[in-house]
Design a protein around this ligand. Structure first.
Ligand SMILES: Cc1cc2nc3c(=O)[nH]c(=O)nc-3n(C[C@H](O)[C@H](O)[C@H](O)COP(=O)(O)OP(=O)(O)OC[C@H]3O[C@@H](n4cnc5c(N)ncnc54)[C@H](O)[C@@H]3O)c2cc1C
Ligand code: SF4
Length: 338
């Protein structure tokens, strides 16, 4: 599958990139009121380029931000809070001793993304901004045309939930649930200024317009607060090929313990909803408890209730929900004992 034609922009600084975004960003409607962008930002390209080959995106301009040095690297402070540049490769995060020591749930999640080669190319910013996935969407133009397109791209019907008007494509990034557990914030910059928001406010829960990011905005930095440093953490994911696949269900657990009891905890899911989501009620159910099989099982039940898997992915919704229950229980037990 060939790439569509586009003009490549290669800024060397953030300022230059913002200038080019201000100059070239325009929007045209895809017919359902969702704008299609005339410029697309590319970082590692491990998600965007295959999608462009499938003609899911045909931007006039591609803004390659890979060479902006100021957006790379991990910078820690004396209180162990940390700032991660959006262009930091996932392999750097996976192998960071600082992050492994203070934010283990993040290094574990990063180490499960795709394969070593893709983790060298893929960035944390790209993982956060990752497009949602669906069996009816991540296909070639010929395949999608033969099946009659769908709401997320070029059509007005959802093959997964035909009666409705919502797209349920699944958010399938591995690091965002870990980042939610760590109460991460992100910085977004545009030619008009910058804003810093909690990551939990970045996703919309809609499979088609899944993130709150304008066409002229760049995700620049990720912040992990000192309050989340030192929490025990575990990430577990279900995938078909252990060596390379996207999650079909994933769970991150972070726990702060004192005197054998849980002082605070967070549990988040991926790949079973159109956004990465916190498990409702998990923090309250864990606080003050000594973790045993029955406590872990109850968190597994809560996670299974939060998960809303549909037929967007290769394994059945029933199996994915059941694996969320099982993996959450195991992850809670593992996080409590490590
Ligand atoms: C075979 C295969 C297996 C994969 N398996 C997994 C997996 O197991 N888990 C997983 O999480 N991912 C997986 N991926 C997807 C991908 O490799 C990762 O998600 C990676 O982190 C994406 O980062 P990137 O820098 O390559 O993003 P890109 O492809 O460059 O961009 C992805 C999206 O984010 C936007 N974007 C990127 N950076 C920024 C920024 N700084 N500001 C604004 N917008 C931005 C782009 O415009 C695009 O919409 C897989 C990909 C392949 C090809
Ligand atoms: S969930 Fe429905 S609208 Fe969304 S990509 Fe899949 S088939 Fe298309």
């Amino acid at each position: 599958m060939s790439l569509p034609e586009f003009k490549l922009l290669r800024p060397r600084t953030l300022e230059e990139a913002l200038g080019q975004l201000a100059r070239y960003t325009g929007t045209e409607s895809n017919g359902r009121g969702h704008p299609t962008l005339s410029v697309r930002v590319v970082a590692g390209g491990t998600d965007l380029i295959p999608s462009m080959r499938q003609k899911l995106f045909e931007p006039q301009y591609v803004l390659d931000i890979r060479h902006i040095a100021e957006l790379k690297g991990i910078r820690s402070s004396p209180d162990n809070s940390v700032e991660i540049g959006a262009l930091t490769p996932l392999s750097t995060i996976e192998h960071s001793n600082f992050l492994r020591q203070h934010y283990p749930v993040l290094t574990q999640a990063a180490s499960t993304v795709a394969s070593p080669v893709l983790r060298n190319m893929g960035t944390i910013g790209g993982n956060i901004c990752l497009d949602t996935r669906c069996l009816w969407y991540n296909q070639s133009l010929t395949w999608r045309k033969a099946c009659g397109f769908c709401i997320k791209k070029d059509g007005d019907l959802c093959h997964v939930a035909p009666g409705g008007t919502k797209c349920w494509a699944a958010f399938s990034g591995d690091t965002p649930p870990a980042l939610l557990c760590l109460d991460a914030e992100i910085e977004i910059v545009s030619p008009l200024g910058s804003r810093r928001i909690p990551l939990r406010d970045f996703y919309t829960g809609e499979g088609d317009s899944y993130r709150k990011l304008q066409g002229n905005e760049i995700l620049t930095r990720v912040f992990l607060p000192a309050e989340s440093a030192g929490w025990r953490g575990v990430y577990r994911k279900l995938r078909i090929r252990g060596s390379i696949d996207y999650p079909l269900a994933g769970v991150a657990v972070a726990i702060k313990k004192s005197n054998g009891h849980v002082e605070d905890a967070r549990v988040a899911l991926t790949a079973v909803n159109p956004a990465p989501v916190m498990v409702k009620g998990a923090t309250q159910a864990l606080q003050g408890k000594a973790i045993d099989e029955s406590v872990a099982e109850s968190i597994g039940e809560l996670a299974a209730k939060t998960a809303k898997p549909l037929t967007t992915s290769a394994l059945t919704p029933e199996y994915r929900r059941e694996m969320i229950r099982v993996f959450t229980k195991r992850a809670v037990l593992a996080a409590a004992s490590n």
